[in-house]
Design a protein around this ligand. Sequence first.
Ligand code: HT7
Ligand code: ZN
Length: 864
Amino acid sequence: PEIKKRSDYQQPDFLINHVDLEFTLAETSTKVICVSQVTRNGLHNRPLILDGEGIELLSVHINGIEVSNYQQTENSLTIDTDSNEFELRIVNIINPKDNSSLEGLYLSAGAYCTQCEAEGFRKITYFLDRPDVLAKYDVTIIADKKNFPFLLSNGNKVDSGELPDSMHWVKWSDPFNKPCYLFALVAGDFDLLEDQFVTQSGRTIALELFVDKGMLSRGQHALDSLKKAMRWDETEFGLEYDLDIYMIVAVDFFNMGAMENKGLNVFNSKFVLADAQTATDEDYFNIEAVIAHEYFHNWTGNRVTCRDWFQLSLKEGLTVFRDQQFSADMSSPIVNRIQNVRIIRERQFAEDASTMSHPIRPDEVIEMNNFYTVTVYDKGAEVIRMLFTLLGKTGFLAGIKLYFKRFDGQAVTCDDFVQAMQDANDKDLSQFRRWYSQSGTPKVVVTDSYDPSAKTYQITFEQQHSATFDQNEKQDLVIPIQFSLLNDKLELIKLGDAKQQQKMLELHDSKQSLEFKNIDSKPIPSLLHGFSAPVKLDYPYSQQQLGNVMLGSPDEFARWDAGQKLFSDCIHDLAGKTQQQQKDSINQTVAMFEPIIEATDISLALKAEILTLPSFETLFQQMDTVDIDGLNQSRKLLFKALAQKFQNNWLTQYSKFEKQPYAYQANQVEQRKMRNLALKYLTLSGQHDVEQLLIEQFNGADNMTDSLAVLGAAQLGDLDLFEKLMLLFEQKWHNDPLVLDKWFALHANTERPDILARISMLMGHSQFTINNPNRVRALIGTFSFFNVSGFHNIDGSGYKFVADYLIKLNEVNPQIAARIITPLIQWQKVDKVRQQLMQHQLMRIGDTKGLSNDLFEKISKSLP
Ligand code: HT7
Ligand code: ZN
């Protein structure tokens, strides 16, 4: 396979200004007529080379005259012509029914739909499938009226009519220029939820939400979220919607979360459908976030798009940052921030430590689908957040305004974005730009000293960068570090003349020191407030100091983070200790959380977050080499100790909230969070009548959050009750795939010796199919990402099981296969025996006949 390089970018040889598409839909042979208005771009005589994949070509016409002197390869169509401006007409056939990759045009449970980002349009017709070719589209769809009463595409509906044989047609016209990756077509029979939104300038927008028949009542939350997002973008960013209609379609077969096609978003039904019985608080939250994310793309992605796919973070990093700000405004900012940071620490740090390490703007790509990563998305959002921190809200918004003024309607680069920020603020961002080109997780080492006689305190920050798999040479970055200082009475020390209590250091040299005068005693630094940069921080905190930061920092994030560090230090230190030493050390740590339980100065939600142990994945990322079984055991020891020590408190927390009918509302969400955390701890504590509590909650629950919490607790406590309740759950929900995914995932995540037999059995469940990415992620994905004891079984059976499955999935849906292989390529930190077992399975997959580019790229990089 070909490696594409960012540095090889060339302007397109031809441009397409207008496209007229006609689809005659049929399951195995859909006819596509594509008429493009083409112009030569610049002075040259090179031929027109179009992208195409798996297409049956019927005819090619130039200016109405059929041509036959074209050349076809597996992935291209080359047409030589002298014309500088011409009409190109291509007629071809495609097969949506056999398209299991879910890219291009495919059938999802009887409805036609498309997915064109990144390079799926080439599976529909021969075209210049690159984001810097922008055209206006007119689209006509012809289909049988009975099965496909709704025929949808981008823009505005301009015409429709009836045809013989109970066929009908609809014509759509999108007035905005767009790249072909934003093209969409949907045809099917749906229930339709309708609403309106009046923009700040007084325009009325029709909102239409299409869901599977019978699911109407599950669409309201998505629609409400859309209206909130539309209003928020107006008030916070001054951005108003631009078409007269905004459509969202929910489909069951979908590779990712959702897609921002102009005026016609297509969503994974998981991120649309919700009601109290079937969706958890987390589902409600995610729906609001993903609906907002796709909506925000209308400006950051669609009106201004990417010049080439190496610039993906231009739209994704910025849009994730925007959806994070929105979510924070809609609910608890601190809980949101904690969640963002967990993703960075559990998944992005892991990616950067692996052979897939890449900068947020990658330099080399084989399969673009492999670069829709936590690095491009979430680290990309952290980079935007640092700009926000460095420039301030006003400066940041001035940069955004200039960005749209300069680039509306264009396909641009990350550099263009930073330049707009720089020019609007008159601030030199040349060193900051390195965040776009440098991979890896920086380490910031902090040291300090106090001189009691001079009453001075000096604090020194040093940035350190290690080589990553993709890059040896590293340079110093600009790292914003927000911090404050506490005295031993946990009072804030005033910093500087402005009587500020929080300081922001812009660390740009490899080492920088600050000195503070008139300091009466050695301060405790509270560092990296709000996680002001995506770095690992190293300061030699004593346990006592961490306790003080947890209780006294002015920054809620720093308080949570100090608590997490207390927990992780304890867990890591258990290795190699005698039982008695372990007990002492655990007791000492646990006791430090007593004041948190009593605390009245923090929200219930933050309290629950502080009392939640760091995940196995977070702990894993904190170490250079990991003893898998030891780490798993140590974490469990602390978990159990917390359960027992505060048993009375858990019982109080569990019983203290009055039950109310379910609503997705901040105060209810935090109460459920604390209550269900308490239930987990109670179950672990061995509380004698806990089974009774679990059964009562299970039978009495009026919502999915509380039902699922019971299953989670029973699983954690390894109770026999778990199997019984799982059976009841399955009986109740066996016709609801989205709910069953939760059940599949719980099974896949259970620690039991016969886990592989269990998963194999579940693969035969009537609702399981390898063709549906949600099912595969729930069962196989959950096992490989989260079932530590099963996946990492020292006999290698877990690795082999996943490898066998990926070999099958490679044929069906390479994009999903390449996602699920992630834990297998992250062998760098485990012991030598497991490393060899993992690499052996990678080689086996690598030897597969017909290996996809998706898997090839990841495997070839990951083998030594
Ligand atoms: N822009 C979209 C990215 C995407 C995608 C979505 C669905 C299926 C396949 C896909 N490939 C790439 C999603 C987003 O970031 O909003
Ligand atoms: Zn996106």
